[in-house]
Design a protein around this ligand. Structure first.
Ligand code: OAD
Length: 247
């Protein structure tokens, strides 16, 4: 990491009235949660996203997809926020109203580190929801489903699925709108641990840049959006964020 780049970024964050932070899977890598696209360790180097992260894949083999998510859910429950998550939590406590934290991650490590208002673009892996829209009034609650792989509604046969955004699905529109608003209106945008391969999240850095925001990336490797940033800090989230966000 270039020392002058780090010093400049730290100064800009200290002076910022609004700081936008977007995180991706690399944010949680040092908590032991696998990323998706890292060559050897990324989930999509071992598993087919079309089978495991799409509605079609779930309908084709619900038990397989349910079991895969059950394993990932257990991994998230066992994981702990790392020094990077904790630095963001401490920053928000120290400078209330400055940070807007947006995450593509479906784990809850930001929330457990204190950033309970994190904008979640890709859902929550611990959340259960029905696969199909419930036709009943009032709608059956997913929590009432009969246990199974996956759990199933005893009345209508609807299946429970994890509350994450799968390929081909819309992101929650309110979350996207809030993220775009924050990216456009901030003083500094910090993009941490994302490959920049998945849209619309990948477009937030260039959106900020087009609105005159100073954009910085934290990533140990190159990403597809490096050219959107004024500065790229080559390091990990747990190494770079604590000194960067400290007073
Ligand atoms: P990727 O797996 O595509 O990218 C992870 C990025 O984190 C890579 O650029 C790595 O270089 C970087 N990285 C690895 N270790 C790191 C560390 N310790 N500190 C900082 N960075 C590190 O993950 P995302 O960009 O988040 O969708 O992927 C976007 C979406 O694709 C995910 O949200 C997921 C996936 O399909 C859903 O879950 C809906």
């Amino acid at each position: 990491m270039r020392e002058d780049a780090h010093t400049e970024l730290k100064g800009r964050i200290a002076a910022a009235r609004s700081l936008f932070v977007l995180t991706g899977a690399g944010m949680s890598a040092e908590s032991g949660i696998a990323t998706f696209r890292d060559a050897m360790t990324g989930l999509w180097s071992h598993f087919d996203p079309a089978q495991l992260a799409s509605e079609q894949g779930f309908r084709a083999d619900p038990a397989r997809v349910w079991d895969w998510y059950a394993e990932r859910r257990a991994g998230v429950r066992a994981a702990q926020p790392n020094a990077g998550h904790l630095a963001l939590g401490a920053f928000a406590r120290r400078r209330p109203g400055v940070l807007t934290l947006v995450s593509q991650n479906v784990d809850d490590l930001h929330q457990r580190a204190g950033n309970t208002d994190t904008i979640r673009l890709h859902g929550d892996i611990q959340h259960d929801q029905w696969l199909d829209r419930c036709a009943r009034t009032p709608a059956c609650a997913a929590s009432e489903a009969q246990p199974g792989r996956p759990p199933q509604c005893a009345r209508c046969g609807n299946l429970v699925r994890p509350g994450v955004v799968w390929f081909g699905e819309m992101l929650p529109p309110d979350a996207v709108a809030a993220a775009e608003r924050a990216a456009r209106g901030c003083d500094v945008a910090l993009i941490v641990g994302t490959s920049g391969a998945v849209w619309p999240a990948a477009g937030l850095a260039s959106l900020a840049r087009r609105h005159g925001v100073w954009v910085a990336i934290v990533n140990p490797s190159t990403s597809e959006i490096d050219e959107d940033a004024q500065v790229v800090l080559r390091g990990t989230a747990a190494q770079v964020l604590p000194p960067l966000l400290a007073p």
